[in-house]
Design a protein around this ligand. Structure first.
Ligand code: URA
Length: 209
């Protein structure tokens, strides 16, 4: 079973409280979602492997460390995942980005992919799927399936707020995927929103309420 980790750094928790407040406007909401995305990335990448590399400083030759292993691709789930993208990229500016557009057929509930654009070597890369809300887990599982279909083997999921139901659904369908969240909330409500949550993350980010 993949890990579920709550990143409880005080800065993350403080910023999350700001965006939970209903009076926080889109401008501040957008900025802070990005900031939390960056802080979470800092924590998620803590275990990245390092390797020795010989370099030359102005003083002479030396052996120092650089990040080894697979290169990272960020995968924002449309549309709210885009809100976390810039903050994540600030921590890993050389990462590539894969965009997946999908919707669920309302009758069959099957996911339909209408857009997929990723680096050519996606199968050789580690993917970090980002989405502010892990509610039912449906979109996260669909995005993970779209990546696995292209041969991706290492996938992590980063969300701001996770409902217990969504965590269970991803762990059941994708036991190889580690999930990182800024908070695990109380429950998924009948209307599909997370409680206490932060409302409709996409609308608050894009100002479309
Ligand atoms: N998507 C949102 O934007 N908010 C929720 O609470 C659940 C899903």
């Amino acid at each position: 079973m993949g890990k579920f980790v709550v990143l409880d750094h005080p800065l993350i928790q403080h910023k999350l409280t700001i965006i939970r407040r209903k009076d926080t406007g889109s401008n501040e909401f957008r900025r802070i979602v990005g900031e939390i995305g960056g802080l979470m990335t800092y924590e998620i990448t803590r275990d990245l492997p390092l390797e020795d590399v010989e370099i030359e400083t102005p003083m002479g030759k030396t052996v120092q460390k650089e990040i080894a292993g697979k290169k990272l691709t960020i995968v924002p789930i449309l549309r709210a995942g885009m809100g976390m993208l810039n903050g994540v990229l600030e921590m890993v500016p050389s990462a590539k980005i894969a965009v997946i557009g999908m919707y669920r057929d309302e009758k069959t509930l099957k996911p339909h992919e209408y857009f997929f654009k990723a680096p050519k070597d996606i199968a050789e890369r580690e993917c970090l799927v980002v989405d502010p809300m892990l509610a039912t887990g449906g979109s996260a599982n669909d995005a993970i399936a779209a990546l696995k279909k292209r041969g991706v083997k290492e996938i992590k999921l980063a969300v701001l707020v996770a409902a217990p139901e969504g965590i269970k659904a991803v762990q059941k369908e994708n036991p190889d995927v580690d999930i990182y969240a800024a908070a695990e909330d109380e429950k998924l409500m009948d209307n599909g929103y997370i409680f206490p949550g932060l409302g409709d993350a996409g609308d608050r980010l894009f100002g479309t309420k």
